[in-house]
Ligand binder design. Structure first.
Ligand SMILES: Cc1ncc(COP(=O)(O)O)c(C=O)c1O
Length: 398
């Protein structure tokens, strides 16, 4: 450009950061799907058994969901053209919120653009700098970001340790407002939050109780109602977050709770106020998913049959699978480089299981994370187990 002065690239430090990641074996190229998100698909030109999606029930390609999306596209077009609070609320959005409230057995629901937005938007909206968040150390990044945005004081308790959470609460000013928060299912370990004990603590100490059930909705409880249903805690959790992006197969997040909570979030939840609402096809897809959850309980049963089969297979081979109680089963390798090698060698043999390292998991707990779905066949899972056996022996993991 004529006349533009030469200057050093002010973003050069980012390149250095990337080199750092490469040196630590943490640099990842994005894998690209050549086909639909499914149990068997093509990724980077290779046909694979896919153990890396959150598509728990195989709903991303379910004919009833695809049909409802098509109908909504034909009838309403591709977008809403507005945020919810101006002109972006369609009957479909209202109906989805009504159905989700019924599903979660709460007074009301508000839908956000993603589970991330639901968590971050809610925590940031309901707390101020004078308040406290008491949070499990492995809670999702969106909870941490929401807490930071709220400017409340963040107190972290060791993973699933309700006694430690109690000690923290007792050390805080009694009159201060406090939010106690846990994931229902932890996304990297597949274990469950200490919900019953934390609910007891919340009731005893007058805390706000919040559960992020992103990985539990569609998976745990009656017809996939989540961990609150699984543990019999209806009415004892003030704020439930769910996602429409995982088992539901589409995109979005929601908050379920009292009518006052939901109306407050409609006025103060910043992603709700300042970001365009879901396209009608997405909303219609989610409505169809709720119909499928009600009408086809076999899908959840099949998910759990597959989960048991695959977990037993990995454990039988001698892998370290941590403390998972859900369809998320980590294969813990320790070193990040070993996790990435395991993932790459599995991929070369037609199995896609993503390697995960720091900062997503602690430095010495790198892993390959596997998630089975209802859509995998027994042959798919046996094929994957055979590949794990070969590569595991090759790398000295078993
Ligand atoms: C525990 C947990 N909460 C929230 C989210 C965010 O959900 P979404 O992908 O819908 O933004 C995720 C996953 O991405 C998650 O694992």
């Amino acid at each position: 450009m004529a006349g533009a002065p030469m200057r050093d690239d002010p973003l050069a430090y980012l390149g250095a950061e990337l080199d750092n990641l490469r040196a630590q074996g943490l640099y990842r190229r994005l894998r690209v799907l050549d086909d639909a998100q499914a149990a068997r698909t093509r990724i980077d030109g290779r046909s694979v058994v896919n153990l890396s999606s959150n598509n728990y029930l195989g709903l991303t390609t379910h004919p009833r969901l695809v049909q409802r999306a098509r109908e909504a596209l034909d009838k309403y077009g591709v977008g809403t053209g507005s945020v919810r609070t101006i002109a972006g609320t369609m009957q479909l959005h209202v109906e989805l919120e009504r159905r989700l409230a019924e599903f979660k057995k709460t007074e009301a629901v508000v839908v956000f653009q993603s589970g991330f937005a639901a968590n971050a938007g809610t925590v940031a909206a309901i707390l101020t700098k004078d308040d406290f968040v008491i949070s499990d150390e492995l809670n999702h990044a969106s909870i941490i970001d929401g807490a930071r945005l709220s400017r409340a004081t963040i107190k972290v308790f060791p993973h699933r340790d309700a006694a430690a959470a109690r000690a923290i609460v007792q050390s805080l000013p009694p009159q201060a407002r406090k939010l106690l928060i846990t994931d229902g299912v932890f996304s990297m370990d597949g274990d469950l939050g200490a919900l019953p004990q934390l609910c007891d603590l919340a009731e005893e100490q007058g805390l706000i109780m919040m559960v992020d059930d992103a990985h539990a909705s569609g998976v745990f409880g009656q017809n996939g109602r989540g961990t609150i249903d699984h543990f019999g805690l209806h009415g004892r959790v003030d704020i439930q977050v769910g996602t429409l992006s995982k088992a539901i197969g589409a995109l979005g997040g929601y908050v379920a709770g009292s009518r006052d909570l939901i109306e407050f979030l409609q006025h103060r939840g910043r992603p709700f106020l300042f970001s365009t609402s879901h396209p009608p096809s997405v909303t219609a897809t989610c409505l169809a998913a709720l119909d499928v959850l009600a009408d086809e309980p076999r899908l959840v049963e099949r998910l759990w049959e597959n989960t048991r089969f695959f977990k037993n297979g990995l454990n039988g081979l001698g892998f370290n699978t941590g403390a998972s109680e859900s369809p998320i089963t980590p294969v813990i390798t320790g070193e990040a480089a070993t996790a990435m090698k395991l993932s790459d060698e599995l991929f070369a043999r037609g199995v896609f299981a993503h390697g995960i390292g720091f900062p997503t998991v602690p430095r010495d707990k790198a892993r390959v994370r596997t998630i089975v779905t209802a859509a995998h066949t027994s042959e798919d899972l046996q094929f994957a187990l055979d590949a794990f056996a070969k590569v595991g022996r090759m790398l000295g993991l078993i």
